[in-house]
Write a protein that binds this ligand. Structure first.
Ligand SMILES: Cc1cc2nc3c(=O)[nH]c(=O)nc-3n(C[C@H](O)[C@H](O)[C@H](O)COP(=O)(O)OP(=O)(O)OC[C@H]3O[C@@H](n4cnc5c(N)ncnc54)[C@H](O)[C@@H]3O)c2cc1C
Length: 425
């Protein structure tokens, strides 16, 4: 092992190969032989090639690397590769390096009047390559589509150390099997992204948010369904228990609704009035339309922090039922975890059709909630759908053959099994 560490020092420079005090770069209990900080795609290729030759495991992260399965391997931190390389305002695209923080990326684009909608939970710490590595849909995806639609070309170091380049600035550049978007959600199992071309949108001209205090989460869900039926294309339509929603609407007592709108100014005003009316019909005791940019930003931050608090709760179970079934999904959840009024960590992201609840028995209740969700056309979301293997409904033969297919694809990319060892299909 010391041989590969010395080899990497000679390629990257000793300063970029850390072997002591590695904790700040790591998540998990296993210890790598070294944390390495490449500065270029060529550096990444050299690292992976050396690891492949030595049969050493490798994992990658923007700021922090998951050490699962990595014992004695190499943790690649891309924090030095953190620049926007090109913004093309006419084609609405941007070449970016993998280690730029998601938030920094979005903020830099906004200064240019441009918008990158995907919104990770850990918005302050996720990297832009991590956005596509994870690929999860979020609260805004109903309107703007999930991250995979925003990667249109990339450069990626394969587990053999070779570099793959694919995609162009043209939206119509794939006919047939689409290997570009396929990379989204693969969590570094197929390669390490070293350069990404993202699709962009023009920044919203006007933002406003309607917040309200409703008697409970179900009342919020009913209001959201009514808003959906009015065919308003709002950005996020979410609600959280009042205890966690105080930074969104101070003094709220039941459930706090957060509905934001990104349209042209006149449409914003009209949409906000209709949203407010529907929230009142559903029993809102307080409503507020926020248009002042500073107040909007503070309220949005309040929402993001409240969502993070729910996400950090180890006893949560998350499941999706589709935008039209949230009311029924909440009823089903009450049947499993008891009255939601007493459940401090309840959150709905209504357009995503997603419900998060807390429970004292997350493992057992996840199975029950999955079964309930599947009756409504959804499921407990899990890495590569693996949680779908819940007893009552799953087709185990189908599950096994799909899993085998994924294993075969992974093996084709990574014959020695060196990349992202902690990611299990
Ligand atoms: C749109 C969106 C929605 C999300 N929704 C949820 C949610 O509902 N609940 C939840 O708990 N979490 C959610 N997440 C995940 C979460 O917010 C963070 O994105 C994630 O925890 C970041 O983890 P990290 O610190 O490991 O980041 P990163 O270091 O950014 O890594 C994230 C993943 O990407 C891989 N990766 C990193 N760099 C590269 C690279 N250069 N090439 C290839 N792969 C790479 C990593 O190995 C890891 O698997 C969401 C993420 C996104 C993008």
């Amino acid at each position: 092992m010391s041989q590969i560490v010395e080899q990497l020092k000679s390629v990257l420079g000793a300063d970029n190969v850390v072997t002591k005090d590695m904790a700040k770069y790591l998540r998990g209990s296993e210890q790598p032989a070294a944390v390495v900080c490449p500065g270029t795609g060529e550096d990444v290729a050299a690292i992976v090639k050396a690891a492949a030759e030595a049969g050493v495991k490798v994992n990658v992260g923007g700021r922090v690397v998951d050490t699962a399965g990595l014992g004695g391997g190499i943790a690649v931190v891309t924090q030095r590769m953190n620049q926007i390389l090109e913004i093309d305002k006419d084609n609405l695209t941007c070449w970016v390096q993998p280690g730029m923080l998601h938030k920094d990326f979005c903020d830099s684009l906004l200064k240019e009047g441009l918008y990158f909608p995907p919104e990770p939970y850990a918005v302050g710490t996720s990297s832009i390559a991590g956005c596509f590595g994870v690929g999860d849909p979020d609260s805004k995806s109903f309107k703007y589509m999930p991250p995979r639609t925003y990667i249109i070309a990339y450069e990626m170091v394969l587990p053999t150390g070779e570099t793959m380049k694919i995609g162009t600035k043209c939206i119509k550049c794939v006919s047939g099997l689409d290997l570009i978007h396929f990379v989204s959600g693969t969590r570094a199992t197929l390669g390490i992204l070293t350069k990404i071309l993202t699709k962009l949108l023009p920044a919203p001209v006007c933002k406003s948010v309607v917040v309200a205090d409703l008697p409970n989460i179900s009342a919020a869900a009913k209001a959201f369904l009514a808003i959906q039926k009015r065919r308003l294309f709002v950005t996020r339509e979410n609600a959280i228990t009042a205890k966690l929603g105080q930074n969104i609407l101070s003094g709220a007592k039941g459930a706090v609704a957060f509905v934001d709108i990104e349209e042209f100014p006149k449409a914003n005003v009209e949409y906000a009035k209709i949203v407010e009316a529907e929230l009142k019909i559903a029993g809102a005791t307080t409503t507020k339309i926020i248009t002042d940019p500073k107040e909007y930003a503070a309220t949005e931050l309040g929402w993001l922090k409240a969502r993070e608090a729910v996400n950090l709760n180890a006893n949560k179970v998350r499941f999706t039922v589709g935008a039209s079934n949230v009311v029924k999904g909440l009823d089903a959840a009450q049947g499993v975890v008891g009255p939601l009024n007493e459940n401090e960590f309840t959150l709905i992201e209504a357009q995503l059709g997603k419900i998060t609840v807390a429970t004292a028995n997350p493992d057992a209740d996840a199975v029950k909630l999955n079964n309930a969700a599947m009756k409504l056309g959804g499921n407990v979301s899990g890495l590569l759908g693996s949680k779908l293997r819940c007893d009552e409904y799953s087709d185990t033969a189908m599950f096994d053959s799909i899993t085998q297919l994924l294993h075969n694809i992974r093996k084709e990319f990574d014959p020695k099994g060196i990349l992202a060892p902690g990611v299990k299909f």
